[in-house]
Ligand binder design. Structure first.
Ligand SMILES: *Cc1c(COP(=O)(O)O)cnc(C)c1O
Length: 442
């Protein structure tokens, strides 16, 4: 399988090259040249299949030329080693709980898969430095995903004082090959520094830099796996005449793009709902046909505060830019903060299910639209509610417990370098790291 750029101005390359490069030269997104379809026998067996087996079957055609069957099996066993249960919330509405991984958010799946791919590709005398900017959640997922992976050094830039305490603990207390760097600036400044590093000829001459950004194919493709797995679990509970809608809380739209690709591979999903907070670029596009990126607005579902969704071109690619076809399958929904709070409280009081602010939006979308769509609904519960403890505690008037994965970080000493918002400072820091971590010493 080769990968082309959605802007079509860069050459086709292998999976391995696409993972290491991250982004094509022409600033498009890498996309598989063929979308393989899975057999009827696969879908028949799916309801009884274990998660790592589903992962292997779905991902194998995308990586076969660069990762051997044995290595891929091992990667799938390691990455998908936590449960992804489908919980019934009420009649016809199910929650796909993607928060049982090490950092309690769905980003664990992509970050862990990407780290194992890079580990397979890295050579001892050619270590890879993964450079990533974070506003919070990506940093923890990437840090945990890459922790202890040989020949890979991870440098995480974050806005000094601009992430929550628990988020900061998740990537500054790990040690080993994970280095946190607090920047005197905003998240946008961090992203700008990362971009500058990738464009710098001296740095790219001296070291192999890679990005763990959410547009990387190795983070994007494995997200398909849980749509298949969810469908299998849902089928186990349902007769065969019912159809299903997936509601996806969306920011950069990688998650939804993965679902749409899974459908393209043959997974019988009737509709999707693109559910957003006030950053409603895509729902507005589905309504009016006009695509207008805007500066992001801060909300209580902050992992979705994105004004220019960088994975959306992949969805357009799958629908070949045919607006009517896209609209027939993908519905839009958006909401402000206050109804999210009310929903979290009401659902907790009525049935005892605790939603996080992101999953709550996707749940609300199903409540509104299922009567029209006439299907069952599965919403993606993308993070553990305790990751947003302050909001949830305020809404419920309670003091909810942290899961063990998060509680272990409390009280551990934080370690981070601190740099001014200047590229020279970052370049110097990277060169220093590189000297220390290259075994030959040159
Ligand atoms: C990143 C994130 C999202 C948005 O996912 P995209 O793939 O960027 O659309 C939703 N919920 C949570 C909790 C997230 O961390």
């Amino acid at each position: 399988m080769k990968y082309y750029s959605t802007n079509r101005q860069s050459p086709k390359i292998s999976f391995k090259e696409a993972v290491i490069k991250g982004l094509p030269q022409d600033k498009g997104l890498f996309f598989p040249e063929k979308v393989p379809t899975l057999s009827a026998a696969f879908f028949e067996a799916l309801p009884g299949m274990a998660l790592p087996e589903v992962a292997y079957k779905v991902l194998q055609p995308y990586v076969a030329e660069d990762i051997s069957p044995v290595a891929l099996r091992q990667i799938c066993d390691e990455v998908f080693n936590f449960p992804i249960p489908l919980a019934k919330v009420e009649d016809g509405i199910y929650s796909l709980e993607l928060f049982h991984g090490p950092t309690c958010a769905f980003k664990d799946v992509g970050a862990r898969f990407m780290s194992r791919c890079l580990q397979t590709f890295a050579e001892p005398d050619k270590p890879i430095t993964v450079l990533v900017a974070t506003s919070g959640d990506t940093g923890s997922a990437v840090a945990n995903g890459f922790l202890g992976v040989e020949n890979i050094d991870v440098v995480i830039l974050y806005p000094s004082g601009g992430v929550s305490d628990i988020q900061e603990m998740q990537f500054t207390t790990l040690g080993q090959n994970i280095h946190a760097v607090a920047v005197d600036g905003s998240f946008d400044d961090c992203q700008r520094l990362v971009k500058q590093a990738f464009a710098d000829p001296e740095l790219s001459r001296d070291m192999q830099l890679s990005s763990a950004n959410s547009i990387n194919v190795a983070r994007w493709l494995p997200q398909m796996v849980y749509y298949f797995y969810a469908w299998g679990q849902w089928r186990n509970q349902q007769d065969t005449t019912t159809e299903v809608t997936f509601s996806v809380p969306s920011g950069n739209f990688g998650n939804l793009a993965a679902g749409v690709l899974a459908r393209q591979m043959g997974l019988p999903i009737k509709y999707f709902v693109a559910a957003t907070n006030l950053n409603k670029i895509v729902p507005a596009y589905l309504e009016s046909g006009e695509y207008t990126p805007a500066p992001s607005v801060a909300t209580i579902a902050n992992a979705m505060d994105v004004g220019s969704p960088n994975n959306f071109p992949r969805i357009l690619e799958i629908f070949r830019n045919e607006y009517e076809n896209l609209k027939a399958v993908v519905k839009g929904y958006w909401t402000a903060d206050e109804p999210i709070r009310e929903t979290i409280k009401a659902v907790q009081e009525q049935g005892g299910y605790l939603l996080d602010p992101h999953g709550a939006i996707a749940f609300m979308a199903l409540k509104e639209q299922l009567p029209t769509l006439q299907t069952d609904g599965i919403f993606l519960e993308t993070a553990h509610p305790a990751k947003f403890k302050q909001t949830i505690d305020e809404v419920l008037g309670a003091d909810i417990a942290l899961p063990d994965q998060l509680a272990v970080f409390l009280g551990r000493p934080k370690q981070a370098s601190h740099i001014p918002n200047q590229f020279e400072a970052l370049a110097e820091l990277l060169q220093e790291h590189h000297k220390i971590h290259t075994p030959t010493g040159n």
